[in-house]
Design a protein around this ligand. Structure first.
Ligand code: NAD
Length: 356
């Protein structure tokens, strides 16, 4: 592919996850990193220097660069909607780190701005590209599990207090949310991706072990529109942290994933994939275990690279990306409904989640 047919990609926000986007983009076909930006100019300069690209100290400076076609928004969660809308209004494609935003209004704003400008929007949910998740999705599509009865997702992760103290936005309702909005949204998206839309949730949350505004522990009971029941338990207060698990059981098989790889795959005839990574994964990597314990400094780049490749391919092919803005909104809607349930102590219909 000639450089002229390559998209110029940029990273907005050069903190923990922005550098991983820059690294991933280096290996994405059909795009090349051309610029990075951060309101803390030293972060932009440091990342730009490592990749030999332009450093900007504001979104306006970044969007003024004609060589930028696509921007990965890697800023605090509560800024994604507004910044993503600015990117779209400049006529550039938008990748939003998860969650789409913490507010449904802001999420609707950026989705509408992208539609109005005819640009692609994708929300990062990189674990959809993990081998075990792909295999399980395909098995569910084929009906291999028989009628599904239950799904259970669990993230017993650990973040030290220093994580929440590392910046003023962390753990706040306005810009971050707690363990469910920030960390749990990965599993929320996977549950919806695998089992379909959710009708209602009944949730409890608390701040168990940290000094922070939002929850570090959430228990969510889920009723899918299909009638399947599910549960999600997520915490950042579980020392030393463990890889997340997602289990789906039906009348013909039970599949357990750990950190996106198949841990066990039991059918009525055999344990076909039992502890055999086969084509579905290589078992939880050292990176996923470290990420459970400490966060994105240890995230593997592979899954982000796969999602960014899909976004770039989607732009070149004129099709929607695998993970759309609407997908990001659906996950946010469940989180907001769970937050409503925390407060009311009642089950909440997901499409009835209140503002913001
Ligand atoms: N997909 C994942 O696994 C994953 C992992 C970690 C973080 N994230 C998400 O990425 C986002 C960022 O998280 P982080 O841990 O990198 O945060 P961070 O605080 O380490 O980095 C955010 C950066 O954005 C910059 N910034 C803030 N406002 C800006 C603006 N208006 N213009 C330009 N730069 C601005 C900050 O100066 C900072 O350098 C969050 O939404 C988080 O949920 C996703």
């Amino acid at each position: 592919m000639s450089p002229a047919s390559q998209l110029g990609a940029a990273v907005l926000g050069c903190g923990s996850i922005g550098p991983l986007h820059a690294e991933a983009l280096a290996d994405v076909e059909g795009a090349r990193l051309v610029a990075v930006a951060d309101v803390r100019p030293e972060r932009a300069h440091s990342l730009a220097g490592r990749h030999g690209v332009t450093a900007c100290s504001s979104i306006d400076e970044l969007l003024a660069l004609p060589e930028v076609d696509l921007v990965c928004v890697c800023t605090p969660s509560g800024t994604h909607g507004e910044l993503g809308s600015q990117v779209a209004r400049a006529g550039k494609h938008v990748v939003l780190e998860k969650p789409v935003d913490v507010s449904l209004k802001a999420a609707d704003g950026v989705i509408a701005a992208c539609a109005a400008e005819g640009v692609v929007v994708s929300v990062i949910s990189q674990h959809r590209f993990d081998a075990g998740v792909i295999a399980l999705k395909e098995a569910l599509r084929r009906g291999d599990l028989g009628p599904v009865v239950l799904a259970e997702a669990r993230a017993w992760w650990y973040r030290a207090q220093s994580y929440y103290d590392s910046d003023t936005w962390r753990g706040t309702a306005a810009l971050d949310g707690g363990a469910l909005m920030n960390q749990g949204v990965h599993l929320v998206d996977l549950l919806i991706h695998l089992l379909g839309p959710v009708r209602s949730v009944y949730a409890r949350g608390k701040t168990a072990a940290h000094k922070m505004e939002c929850e570090d522990l959430a228990l969510v009971s889920i009723e899918f529109e299909s009638g399947v029941l599910g549960s999600l338990c997520v915490t950042t207060a579980s020392y030393p942290g463990a890889p997340e698990t997602l289990a789906v059981t039906g009348s013909s098989a039970t599949v357990v994933l750990e950190a996106g790889s198949v841990l066990s795959w039991q059918t009525d005839e055999r344990s076909a994939y039992d502890l055999d990574p086969g084509p579905h994964g290589s078992g939880p990597s050292a990176a996923s275990a470290a990420s459970a314990a400490a966060g994105s400094r240890h995230l593997a780049v592979t899954a982000h690279r796969a999602q960014l490749q899909d976004v770039v391919d989607a732009i070149h092919e004129g099709r929607p990306p695998a993970v759309t803005g609407a997908d990001g909104r659906e996950a946010l809607e469940l989180v907001r409904a769970a937050y409503d349930s925390f407060c009311s102590g009642q089950p909440v219909h997901v499409n009835g989640a209140g503002a913001p």
